[in-house]
Design a protein around this ligand. Structure first.
Ligand code: GRG
Length: 294
């Protein structure tokens, strides 16, 4: 299988497993489960679960990595649902369709996001219960990444900084936590599940590579926000400018944002060099993410 075939194959498997794992739409309360399914099954590139599978493949282990991959996608989707709410980014479109609060209502969207969080931890704790040390590590990694000093903290600082001119260190804090942390955590969780996963030194190198990749992903996201249409992106474009958000593009211009995206991607690949194992797919994925068009 070449790179693109494998990517599509994994996307298909992730979609299938998500569909099988989520509570069915007819289960009470139907509206809540339909809203969850609307957002989770509504598309999405599935980059975080794919990154997790790619990191697992460096030194593959014997356990099924898919439940962990689904768990991170559930946390990511909850963050998108809540980010789209009127109290946050107020976006009408997500993943090429109406955002959750537009398709349902605000209260339902809040609850759909709420429900996806415990669901992610239920997946981890039940799927890996025969390997308690692994289960605890994975739960800790995902819980820390989604907490007040990481994902939620990054989102809070992003909202607090709207309409202001944040300095570079505040902007780095926002990007590191709002965006890079989940990418870093996807790689670390995937690697932790592999046969060399308890090697703390290698785990920390994987985290560092994930951090660079996350910063590259954010720079590309900022570039796409100004250069593409909502139809092309499947979500509201030009949001950063409209909501008074400072990005690397507004701070330094398009060329510098391009340069940063390339530099961070190259740093991610160089960092992976010292880990050993099979990083071929992961390195191709890093370039694919750099060149992505939506
Ligand atoms: C509400 C706690 C909380 C956090 C929200 C997700 C997020 C944090 C903000 C979304 C705004 C944004 C542009 C974030 C940076 C990059 C990002 C997470 C983009 C969306 O990820 P993709 O492109 O989305 O991988 P898909 O739909 O493909 O999964």
């Amino acid at each position: 299988m070449n790179f693109l075939e494998k990517l599509k194959n994994w996307q298909g498997l992730i979609n299938q497993r998500l569909d099988q794992s989520l509570p069915a739409g007819h289960i009470q309360p139907e509206q809540l489960h339909l809203a969850i399914r609307h957002s989770v099954n509504g598309g999405g590139k599935r980059l975080r679960p794919i990154l997790m599978l790619a990191a697992h493949e460096i030194f593959p282990g014997i356990l099924d990595p898919f439940p962990a991959a689904l768990a991170i996608e559930c946390i990511h989707t909850y963050s998108l649902i809540h980010d789209d709410l009127p109290a946050m980014d107020d976006s009408d479109m997500r993943r090429g369709q109406a955002s959750c609060h537009k398709a349902f209502d605000e209260a339902t969207a809040i609850l759909a996001g709420d429900a996806l969080q415990p669901f992610a931890f239920e997946l981890l704790s039940t799927s890996y219960s025969c390997h308690p040390e692994l289960a605890i590590d994975l739960i800790q990694m995902l819980a820390r990444a989604s907490g007040s000093q990481k994902l939620v903290g990054g989102q809070m600082q992003d909202l607090l900084s709207e309409g202001t001119m944040p300095d570079e260190s505040t902007l780095s804090y926002i990007h590191s936590n709002k965006t890079a942390v989940m990418i870093e955590t996807a790689l670390k969780m995937g690697f932790r599940m592999g046969s060399q996963g308890v090697n703390r030194e290698k785990l920390s190198i994987i985290g560092e590579a994930g951090h660079f990749l996350g910063l590259a992903f954010q720079a590309v996201d900022d570039l796409l926000d100004v250069t593409k249409t909502s139809l092309e992106l499947g979500k509201d474009a030009h949001q950063d400018d409209e909501s008074g958000k400072v990005t690397w593009v507004s701070l330094k211009g398009l060329d510098e944002a391009h340069r940063l995206a390339e530099e961070h991607s190259n740093n991610a690949i160089q960092t992976l060099d010292s880990v050993g194992g099979d990083t071929n797919f992961l390195c191709e994925l890093i370039y694919f993410m750099l060149k992505r068009k939506f």
